[in-house]
Design a binder for this molecule. Structure first.
Ligand code: SF4
Length: 288
């Protein structure tokens, strides 16, 4: 299945994505800055490298199985970087013309791909889907939407949801967030396909470790209610404009500290609840 490009995604009605739900849980004001004000954020080199690595892994499975080997994957890195830059020209600002660090950075992307090959052999299977857009409307009207890195389906029909983690942060730091995201995908796939995914697999390419998790139906049903409660809270805040800051150690990674009252900043005037989409993920959201 062809992956949607970054630029041609259709505009849709408000939805809840795992990244934006996570933002609201972490800090309602951060959610507002990202989803309502849509303030620009400066991507880091690690984030953009993650986007490139995801693009290579997506393309790898378009090759005949025998060609899915480390050397071939490395060859895909340069062209993938060119494509990502063409879709998001602002990423070119990460490196000045002729910056020798760009070569090192591309080499580090190859290192992550080597990490991937240390975890599985892609010659041995064909995924059911890659970069899959999934959407499901809950009975209460909440529209869930997200992109799944990969879905594998065994001959027996068992579903495995796979997510590649390319960030430099230690695994423990992002693990709760990653599991939240995976449960989100598991819930949507369960509702779409009528089968509870057998396994959620997180592949940490930097430290060459994989984490497997078996979701249960009752747990996903509870998780569905959690998402409805989060969306209710978002809508309440959206109506009133009352998005409170919730300072934590994650503030160190927040691009909007200068506008945050917790750090003596002043947010811009509230622009009102956005239409049509307050839930979209960006490619960068998916590479933590
Ligand atoms: S600096 Fe911290 S409290 Fe303020 S918006 Fe960012 S994450 Fe929230």
């Amino acid at each position: 299945m062809a992956a949607p490009t970054i630029t041609d995604r259709p505009v849709r009605r408000p939805a809840l994505s795992p990244s934006r739900a996570g933002d609201f849980k972490q800090c309602p004001l951060l959610y507002r800055f990202r989803a309502v004000d849509r303030l620009p954020e400066r991507p880091t080199r690690a984030q953009v490298r993650g986007t490139v690595v995801h693009a290579v892994l997506e393309e790898l499975f378009s090759l005949p199985p025998a060609e899915r080997v480390p050397d071939r994957a490395r060859e895909l890195v340069g062209p993938a970087w060119d494509r990502v830059r063409a879709e998001r020209p602002e990423f070119s600002e990460l490196f000045a013309e002729g910056d020798p660090e760009q070569e090192e950075w591309l080499a580090s992307a190859e290192g992550l791909l080597d990490g991937y090959f240390g975890l599985e052999d892609p010659r041995r299977f064909d995924p059911d889907a890659r970069e899959l857009l999934v959407e499901w409307e809950l009975p209460s009207g909440v529209l869930l939407r997200g992109y799944v890195d990969r879905v594998d389906v065994a001959p027996t029909g068992e579903i495995r949801v796979v997510d590649y983690k390319t960030g430099a942060a230690p695994r423990e730091v992002g693990e709760a967030k990653a599991l939240f995201q995976m449960k989100f995908y598991a819930l949507v796939l369960w509702r779409l396909r009528g089968v509870v995914p057998r396994q959620l697999r997180l592949m940490y390419l930097a430290d060459r470790q994989a984490l497997a998790y078996q979701p249960e139906e009752a747990e996903l049903a509870r998780f569905e209610r959690t998402l409805e409660a989060i969306w209710d809270a978002i809508l309440r805040a959206g109506r009133s404009g009352d998005f409170r800051p919730n300072p934590s150690r994650m503030c160190d990674y927040c691009d909007h500290k200068a506008l945050c009252p917790a750090f003596d900043g002043t947010p811009p005037p509230y622009p009102g609840w956005p239409e049509p989409d307050a839930g979209a993920e960006t490619p960068l959201d998916r590479v933590d």
